[in-house]
Design a binder for this molecule. Structure first.
Ligand code: FMN
Length: 384
């Protein structure tokens, strides 16, 4: 069995994270993945004021009658996930909190939600062990942020939530170094081929992951492009302790996403995604009429994006995203915005989470055990 530092630090059976994936809360996936020995994540971005239509019928019941504030919605969601996992004491789960600066008040509310849950129900700490922050600078969330060079201090994550294992998503080496300075426990190096939020620059996992491993003194998890045992084995070879997968988990029986979205992922080739500008920066979508419109509208002044100039306004982009995500309710395959990574080209089925995780682990182990047979140990190294 493959056992890495991932299992030692986080306590799961397998070194696999189900990525945070707004606009949905991903409660079904989180529960299924955690029960099956991976790390399931609750996604929060859709709780922050997106239209309620983005939240599937079942989750909507959870979201209302609790005051509707992002903090209360997250608290209610954590209670719901915990209720479903408390009889599985080995099931570990976490929360993804995007920390884009446009969004910091809401991000702080989400962190306070976790703290309040821990105060009200301390037993939850045993299973809610991880917070994955993403899409922003972690330094203002560090202990002594100002002393470390941040302009302000939003919330001292490690002081307020000492039991939490803090992971930060980094799309480049500079971001990983800043995360290390912030006091995070684990870095998730996210290559440009990943679904939804990615980077403008073309740094794929193949380049980013080993370079982050070389540069920082923290455990690193690979994200962007991982889908099966071969890619898990490759991540380990590049120095990672595990993988985070988004797109692959959408196309599972338990995925909290429309059937149409899952089927589009199976149909799509590696050629069928495109990057436009989302409200927090670059976003990768499946190509259809709606995503081509986003690209047309948002990267007209493409060179300005490399200079960090906003174009068009965040409100205008939000409006575009809002329209495309709302169309998901009608399962309209041209007008709906569907995020996906390039790895959609390697997805050919919609398995259960159980079958997916088992096949990844079995395949990775077989590949690693067979590697020595692919090498003739005398003078020549010959690939089979
Ligand atoms: C539909 C979708 C929604 C996503 N939403 C979020 C999000 O809310 N927060 C976040 O940090 N990353 C988000 N991501 C990125 C994932 O967390 C993950 O890093 C990425 O999917 C990894 O690449 P992969 O899709 O190739 O597996 C999203 C990805 C997808 C596909």
């Amino acid at each position: 069995m493959i056992h890495t530092k991932f299992q030692e630090i986080i306590g799961t059976k397998y070194p696999i994270i189900q990525a945070g994936m707004g606009p949905y809360a991903t409660t079904k996936l989180c529960i299924a993945v955690s029960k099956e020995g991976g790390l399931g994540l609750i996604s929060t971005i859709g709780m922050a004021g997106y239209d309620v239509n983005f939240i599937p019928e079942e989750d909507r019941k959870l979201d209302f009658g609790v005051g509707g504030s992002p903090k209360n919605v997250l608290k209610q969601t954590i209670r719901y996930v915990y209720e479903n996992l408390k009889d599985y004491p080995d099931a570990i789960f976490g929360v993804n909190i995007p920390i884009a600066k446009e969004f910091y008040m809401v991000s702080k509310q989400f962190m306070i939600a976790v703290k309040e849950i821990f105060d009200e129900m301390p037993e939850v700490k045993k299973q809610l062990r991880v917070m994955v922050t993403s899409a922003g600078d972690p330094l203002p969330w560090a202990i002594d942020a100002k002393a470390k060079g941040a302009k302000g201090s939003y919330y001292e994550v490690k002081k307020e939530l000492p039991s939490i294992i803090w992971c930060q998503v980094a799309p480049n080496v500079r971001g990983a170094v800043r995360a290390e300075k912030s006091g995070v426990d684990i870095i998730i190096a996210s290559g440009r081929e990943g679904g939804a939020h990615c980077a403008w620059r073309d740094t794929s996992s193949m380049v980013l992951l080993p370079e982050v491993v070389r540069t920082v003194n923290l455990p690193v998890i690979g994200a962007g492009g991982f889908a099966d045992g071969a890619s898990l084995a490759a991540a380990l070879a590049l120095g990672a302790i595990g993988v985070q997968m988004g797109t692959r988990f959408i196309a599972t029986q338990e995925g909290d996403f429309e059937q149409m979205w899952k089927e589009q992922l199976v149909k799509a080739t590696e050629f069928d995604t495109i990057v436009g500008r989302g409200i927090f920066g670059p976003m990768r979508f499946l190509i259809n009429r709606a995503s081509l419109e986003v690209v047309d509208e948002t990267i007209k002044g493409a060179s300005d994006l490399y200079r960090g100039k906003p174009c068009p306004t965040t409100d205008e982009i939000f409006e575009l995203e809002n329209r495309g995500f709302k169309k998901l309710v009608d399962e309209d395959e041209n007008e709906s915005l569907m995020n996906a990574g390039v790895v959609t080209g390697r997805i050919h089925s919609i398995p259960t989470v159980h079958d997916l995780i088992q096949s990844i682990m079995t395949e990775a182990e077989e590949i690693i055990l067979n590697l020595p047979n692919k090498i003739i140990k005398e003078e020549n190294i010959i690939l089979e």
